[in-house]
Design a protein around this ligand. Sequence first.
Ligand SMILES: *Cc1c(COP(=O)(O)O)cnc(C)c1O
Length: 396
Amino acid sequence: MSESKGRFGIHGGQYIPETLMNAVNELEEVYNHYKNDDQFNSELTSLLDEYAGRPSRLYYASSMTKDLGGAKIYLKREDLNHTGSHKINNVLGQALLAKKMGKTRLIAETGAGQHGVATATAAALLGMECVVFMGKLDTERQALNVYRMKLLGASVVPVTTGTATLKDAVSEAMREWTSRISDTHYCLGSCMGPHPFPTIVRDFQSVISRESRAQILKAEGRLPDYILACCGGGSNAIGSFYHYIEDKDVKLVGCEAAGRGIDTFETAATINTGREGIFHGMKSYFCQDEFGQIAPVYSISAGLDYPGIGPEHAMLHDTGRASYVAVTDDEAVNAFEYLSRIEGIIPAIESAHAVAYAMKLAPALDSDKIIIITISGRGDKDCAAIARYRGEDINE
Ligand SMILES: *Cc1c(COP(=O)(O)O)cnc(C)c1O
């Protein structure tokens, strides 16, 4: 076990069994080679542009800006990507890397099914085998995404251990990888897990801030004052923050899922309620019970329903470079409906957490301030659940 590699302050590292060391070492070596390889980068850029539809738009939300009566609001439209979210940025990068390593099989974990669908999509595109681990409870809650993955040629393995949700799917995917490294790459879905995953996922997602920086400079001739992004494991947020970290005047705000409130046990707000711990191969902040066991977490948003957060966010919190706010189910649902009505854009319920915080922040700021909100995904997948939340039963 390496104590020094892949640290973000005191967080990160490689807390994994000996049997996985070869796999992560191989991945690190190959990644370090290819990240500066022109051929690899031009292949990836071409996939991102031609297949996933990048660059994504930076859209000036004029109606929302006018309605809230404060800072100027821009939306970074990751919802317009193929498969409907930012997940494809990371998946195409890792799938291409796996191909270069000579791997023929991708495995992945998924919660709501978005990362599973993105991985199954990349596997179909690149002619690879794909197996997705998904908590049994989630396979029942997200039957449509299970069907999508199968349609794309993947097999879906229901995980029955623990709470039969996302954290158990991650554990099972890691176990599977340990037993079959030679032909298999574990395509991890967020900026978490053992080194080098948090760095690899961040680099592939940093395309978001590379684009938005150039786009806002072109539109406004200056950098924004705030970047807002929702935080589950933290990949869309770290991708949205990355190219602004050195610009100290740009405030970075991660929006966590408070669920029914951070003063209840039904929450997934890791930084706001969690403590330092070690889980899934990394040191970071985790929601824990009084005995230090990983706590069951809750949010209306299945994509934010993870008891930990990536180690780079833990460090950005420790150093004060980024701040992390908690947004409740109620606030997120209101924002989901608000953005739909005011801009004609139905955001993912995950992204609606960042929209909700903007609705509080913007009116308190002067009109010469600029906020960029990352819309991490589109909300079609959430319509039935939000209708149910409002007491209306619609047929999916
Ligand atoms: C998965 C997902 C998230 C949460 O994951 P991060 O790694 O925190 O980005 C947020 N938004 C959408 C649309 C997702 O699919």
